[in-house]
Design a protein around this ligand. Structure first.
Ligand SMILES: Cc1cc2nc3c(=O)[nH]c(=O)nc-3n(C[C@H](O)[C@H](O)[C@H](O)COP(=O)(O)OP(=O)(O)OC[C@H]3O[C@@H](n4cnc5c(N)ncnc54)[C@H](O)[C@@H]3O)c2cc1C
Length: 393
């Protein structure tokens, strides 16, 4: 693990800082920003386009497809600085972190030309159609069926928990193409235009009040054969590329974001009308979080080093996934305790603290140990693929 940066990387960091100083939207980072009445999707679309035009997206993607042809270190530096100023995330987050890298790894030259630049510019937003009712952790058991008829696949079935499907233009769809093969071998990976007749999207409301994800229904949806990614019945291998990216990237940004949250948590404690920071139990807990954060930081750095050496994230990403998701839940639970009765107040209710941002975070953090693979599944991966223990089944 090498944590030093060369002079060129430091120059790049200065360029990123200067960009944020000039371009960060006015009022961004304050609790009032969300209520300014702008169209959030359009705002985030414009923001991503600006990042792209300034050369801050697709840093390690090939130049001929709109990327910068630079190293993953620059991408990490950009993400780290963005996290430090809590810059808005690019809207097409699943396109950038999952679809793009998977198409780069498995796509034909035509698929790369067709999709990569539009992912970067946010002209086309992507969603990930993997999970189904009854097939989440055991993804290999999925039942959405795609029958090859001539030059088309005809898709029938249902997906669920599909983040961003309500605004997506394209979907990474995992389907069963040969039910006679063992379950992981009969799958294929399709790139599906969400405007194709027969695709229906129904938003689901979460306990936070937001609707981040959806149900998706496919009824006789016709997908051209040339939208098959990575070969017929080779979908499991392609899907593993997507899942490895889901668990293993964003490391330096994640560390920076957690340190920001930690500092904000201490500041919030300072502002409470009770002197909670004098309570030794609170002080000990804060010190413990600080120690946990150091451990998380170096675990994330280690998994970033693996990416730099091997190009793709390895199963060690599961260690970071467990560490950050469970730490985030513990930190938010702690805030609920420290805030006392005020922890029950959300949003703009009188006496709510910091416009209820910690309450939202507390409810949202519940999803962290489920999304991108549950903690139990991550522990199985660590046991089998990192520690080499016998398979669970
Ligand atoms: C906020 C959010 C966003 C999401 N976005 C997407 C998305 O965009 N696209 C998408 O395809 N999916 C998405 N998902 C779905 C997510 O990937 C699944 O919820 C997750 O994989 C778990 O699957 P499941 O919900 O079917 O639970 P199940 O697999 O039914 O698991 C239920 C419980 O059993 C445990 N369990 C299951 N199998 C084992 C085992 N072998 N050993 C030990 N314990 C086990 C699990 O850990 C869990 O506690 C999202 C989920 C959330 C919460």
């Amino acid at each position: 693990m090498d944590l030093s940066y060369g002079p060129e990387e430091e120059r790049f960091r200065e360029r990123v800082k200067a960009f944020f100083q000039t371009n960060l939207p006015k009022g961004w980072g304050t609790s009032d920003f969300g209520s300014m009445g702008r169209d959030e999707v359009q705002f985030l679309r414009d923001w991503q386009r600006k990042l792209y035009e300034n050369g801050f997206l697709g840093m390690s993607w090939p130049k001929e497809y709109g990327g910068q042809g630079a190293s993953a270190i620059e991408m990490a530096i950009f993400n780290e600085e963005a996290a430090k100023v809590r810059a808005p995330s690019p809207l097409n987050v699943l396109g950038l972190s999952l679809a793009g890298p998977t198409i780069i790894a498995h796509g034909t030259p035509e698929q790369k030309s067709r999709h990569l630049a539009k992912i970067l510019s946010c002209e086309e937003i992507w969603c990930q159609g993997f999970s189904e009712p009854g097939s989440g952790s055991d993804l290999g058991s999925l039942r959405t069926r795609a029958e090859l008829r001539g030059d088309e696949f005809v898709v029938n079935g249902q997906k669920v928990w599909t983040s961003l499907a309500h605004i997506a233009d394209w979907c990474m769809l995992l389907v069963r193409t040969d039910p006679s093969l063992p379950k992981h071998r009969g799958l294929s990976y399709l790139l599906v235009d969400m405007k194709t007749p027969g695709v229906t999207v129904k938003p689901l409301r979460q306990m936070t009040g937001s609707s981040e994800f959806n149900e998706m229904f496919f009824e006789d949806v016709r997908v051209p054969r040339h939208n098959l990614l990575g070969g017929l019945n080779n979908g499991w291998k392609v899907a593993m590329t997507t899942l490895a990216n889901e668990r293993g990237t964003m490391s330096l940004a994640m560390a920076a974001r957690f340190f920001m949250t930690y500092n904000e948590m201490v500041n919030m404690c300072r502002k409470l009308d009770r002197p909670v920071l004098k309570d030794p139990r609170v002080r000990q807990q804060l010190a413990q979080f600080f120690v946990d954060l150091q451990g998380l930081k170096y675990t994330l750095y280690r998994s970033f080093s693996t990416i730099l050496r091997g190009g793709t994230p390895g199963p060690e990403g599961s260690v970071s996934k467990i560490a950050w998701s469970e730490l985030n839940q513990r930190m938010h639970e702690f805030v609920m305790q420290v805030e006392g009765p005020a922890s029950q107040l959300t949003g703009r209710q009188t006496h709510s603290i910091e416009s209820g941002r910690w309450q939202y975070g507390y409810l949202r953090s519940r999803a962290n140990t489920i999304e991108a693979g549950t903690s139990e599944i991550q522990r199985n991966i660590i046991a089998e693929r990192v520690l080499g223990l016998p398979r669970a089944r």
